[in-house]
Ligand binder design. Sequence first.
Ligand code: NAD
Ligand code: MG
Length: 394
Amino acid sequence: MTKGGGRKRRIAILGSTGSIGVQALDLAAHLEERFEIVALAAGSNADLLARQVLRHRPRLAAVADPSGRAALEAAGRETGCALAFGEEGLLAVAGHPDADVVLAAIVGAAGLRPTWHALKSGRIVALANKESLVMAGALMRETAAAHGAAIVPVDSEHSAVHQCLRGERVEEVERILLTASGGPFRTRPLQSLAAATPEEALRHPVWDMGRKISVDSATLMNKGLEVIEAHWLFGLPLDRIEVVIHPQGIVHSMVEMADGSVLAQMGTADMRGPIQYALGAPERLRGPVPRLDLRSSPPLEFLPVEPARYPCLALAYAAFRAGGSAPVALNAANEIAVEAFLGGRLPFPGIARLVEEVLGRHRAAAVPALDDVLECDRSARRAAEEILAMKVLA
Ligand code: NAD
Ligand code: MG
């Protein structure tokens, strides 16, 4: 593994065709002298993956859905890149022997097994796939410790906390304060949320992101998942991880220390900042991210969360406190609910209601192994689909 200015960091990307993956490849293009792409994996967009293969010349490319393999095969022939398909292909990228760092950027529960496999292979995992920590945080941490792997957060809030805690003692942390923009519906009248459309929900005021996380930002489920993620990354109990609304998205998060001193990390709202930090840590590289000029920034505001506007946040705290499999059910129900909302099968407030219904029926049990987690994920999805089919939430 490179620590200093020595050889290039060799990178494998899970989810290279998504919002995070594409931004990581943009960074790799800007920092060609520091980053080398050795393996790429995507879900279904084989055409884009093929273009990425031609541009970045990895040694291995994999696509989960093999139906678009023709385009990829042509790119593979031209570049000599090996190809792999299905879940096996994802795992081959996750455990690629030449990678120093695996960027885990598949969205949702689909990222769990590949992320776990990267940890089992002892890699540095630059973790964007927060759902895997929500579903199986204890297992991920144990696996990392057992195989000498490290987890470096990509999420901007956790990257901020990670940066604030460089050189600090974790025992001296009093509270973590995660900032949230509040999403596109922060000031919309509550009674009109039932009419909110997918298009409106996808129009995030600060960040340009994938569809699922954009809806999660509108409900604040994203922040609920991030509270759980912060627990597994930094070890604080949930009553010491709080959320502050900060509409400008400039303070990426804060840490309050034992003596009352509050440390904050700031930057422009450009995900390439935290991605670059995770790929290069502990080094700080001169990359393409625009610099922050506070003199020309809007005034910074910090506001409390309105619980009635964002019921998903309390559901996430409650699921974590219920323990065991409850966060798995929370995540699965949310994934189904977001899909249903985007597909026009559920009104916006129905997302929280569906998650609440699934959690209400769920009997939390221990999920000691990965297969237990995946089984619980499947059964919570079935429960969510059954409730949706009853149309009681419409
Ligand atoms: P996205 O929807 O833009 O991209 C998802 C990627 O996952 C794509 O490459 C897709 O092909 C792949 N994928 C989807 N289903 C798959 C499957 N079944 N098997 C294999 N691959 C599959 O999502 P995104 O916004 O890039 O988010 C990725 C992760 O990063 C999420 O966990 C999200 O919460 C997290 N994250 C994203 C941002 C952001 O700015 N986009 C910020 C912080 C955290
Ligand atoms: Mg975030």
